[in-house]
Write a protein that binds this ligand. Structure first.
Ligand code: NI
Length: 270
């Protein structure tokens, strides 16, 4: 990281530390690419939250906006009860920030009550923390709560188990110098033993969409519930190749039909 300390570098480093602690495969993928001489740059980081007052995506975005990220496109994922938005930074080369939120009021009353039980444990002022994007899990949760949420929304269950932290970083494939396509990168990853998310095909999106994406399957890590430890899929690594718009500039948005399947990279049931 640069010296003197840059608050943007510090934020991204804190996110990366938290993410790699839960996602050992990310460190291994960096090493795999690094061994080829690649310097990995990230296209975006993605975070998740419950869409409730004081914790919604606009709240989770505040620490990024305070450092200059600017709100851009909005996205809807009706079948997963999610909405999302992305933020871009005027400084070239910084990752975009993609934040989604669960539309809690669209879930069953039972699921809403379980989520309310988690939120009720938050200390006053939790949503205002400057380190909210890597605050981790601020509540105690029983295994039965996790399972019941999983039956209805894998996203709700993931948040219950892991709390506030990066769900995935995304390698900017355009900035790789030894790998010409997403298919080539996917082949390299499979050969090295990584499992890709094949929901909807390994590559989501097309050059006509201006964005192709693929992702690994999430690692499973041991999560401490109030009534024991159990393995839960944590975070995954994503890969994005962008294509130019007619203006010649690279498309910087997201493609909802692709993102919809990428959300499933943490879904153990598939
Ligand atoms: Ni993503």
């Amino acid at each position: 990281m640069s010296t003197p300390a840059d608050p943007i570098d510090d934020l991204l480093a804190a996110l990366w530390r938290d993410y790699t602690a839960l996602t050992p495969q990310a460190t291994r993928i960096h090493a795999l690419l690094g061994a080829r001489g690649e310097i990995v740059a990230n296209d975006h980081v993605a975070l998740r939250t419950y869409g409730v007052p004081g914790l919604g995506l606009e709240v989770l975005a505040r620490p990024f906006e305070a450092l200059g990220w600017v709100a851009q496109g909005t996205y809807a994922f009706p079948d997963k009860h999610l909405r999302a938005r992305h933020w871009q930074h005027p400084r070239a080369g910084l990752p975009k920030v993609f934040i989604s939120e669960l539309i809690v009021e669209e879930l069953s009353p039972a699921a809403q009550a379980r989520i309310a039980g988690l939120i009720a444990q938050l200390p006053a002022g939790f949503g205002a923390r400057a380190d909210l994007p890597w605050a981790g899990r601020p509540w105690a949760v029983e295994r039965a709560t996790y399972q019941a949420l999983l039956d209805e929304s894998e996203y709700a269950a993931w948040l219950a188990a892991f709390g506030f932290r990066v769900n995935h970083f995304t390698v900017d494939v355009n900035r790789l110098t030894t790998i010409a396509s997403l298919a080539e990168l996917n082949a390299l990853l499979r050969e090295a033993g990584f499992t890709l998310n094949d929901a909807g095909g390994a590559i989501k999106g097309t050059p006509a969409d201006r964005l192709e994406q693929s992702s690994t399957r999430a690692d499973e890590i041991a999560v401490a519930f109030t009534d024991g430890v159990a393995p839960v899929p944590s975070c995954y690594y994503e890969f994005a190749r962008r294509y130019p718009l007619p203006s010649g500039e690279l498309f910087q948005g997201f493609v909802p039909t692709s993102a919809n399947r990428l959300f499933e990279s943490t879904d153990v049931r598939r």
